[in-house]
Write a protein that binds this ligand. Structure first.
Ligand code: FE2
Length: 207
């Protein structure tokens, strides 16, 4: 557990919550699989393509979401409405990502898995201030596992910062304004896991 969580707010107002740390050998295996398959990046540019997007400097791998066959170019916003998420075929190239997702899902006691997204912020880049809205953001809780990164990068809400190391896992409330700053020389790769329908007896930490 090497993260540093700072805030000028009282604890009750925090928008991030430490969940635990995934063992580094598992993270290293996931990174090796990702590095072996650079073709997976930016297959789907829904979030990053628009020059106005707060995510315009980021790169994505969509691992699980609304099946692509449901995308209608005439009504693109419908794609983000209520749906049953499925794994995308690319997940077969990165099986350790699926293993980590299942570990987090089971340990937290969630019974429904929504989107799974891997997102990269290159060295010196950022994700600009934004709030996430719509059906998917509203009904799921969001968990982040840092895969590659360092303590010179931060995930920030107003008055609150999370500095994390690989394996660190935290929940974040994406309905409030947030941004990601990578002022370091190393790319930052995060695994975002979206969960809902929690069992009452679920545990609270992944380690
Ligand atoms: Fe966001």
């Amino acid at each position: 557990m090497n993260h540093v969580h700072t805030s000028t707010e009282p604890v009750v107002n925090l928008h991030m919550r430490d969940i635990g740390t995934i063992n580094y050998p598992i993270i290293a295996r996931a990174l090796q699989e990702l590095d072996n398959h650079p073709e997976l990046w930016n297959e789907y540019k829904w979030r990053t393509n628009n020059p106005q997007s707060p995510h315009r400097e980021a790169e994505d791998i969509w691992v699980r979401y609304n099946p692509v066959c449901n995308f209608n170019p005439a009504e693109p916003s419908k794609f983000n409405e209520e749906h049953v998420a499925e794994w995308y075929p690319g997940v077969d190239k990165i099986p350790t990502i699926k293993e980590i997702v299942e570990q987090v899902t089971d340990t937290l006691g969630a019974t429904t898995l929504g989107a799974v997204l891997i997102t990269k912020v290159p060295a010196g880049k950022q994700i600009y201030w934004h709030k996430d809205a719509g059906w998917h953001a509203r009904v799921h809780r969001k968990f982040l596992v840092l895969l590659r990164g360092n303590l010179e990068q931060s995930f920030e809400f107003e008055n609150e910062q999370m500095f994390a190391e690989p394996g660190d896992c935290f929940e974040f409330e994406n309905e409030y304004p947030h941004r990601v700053i990578n002022g370091s020389q190393q790319e930052r790769i995060s695994l975002i896991i979206c969960l809902r329908d929690f069992k009452k007896n679920g545990t609270h930490n992944v380690n």
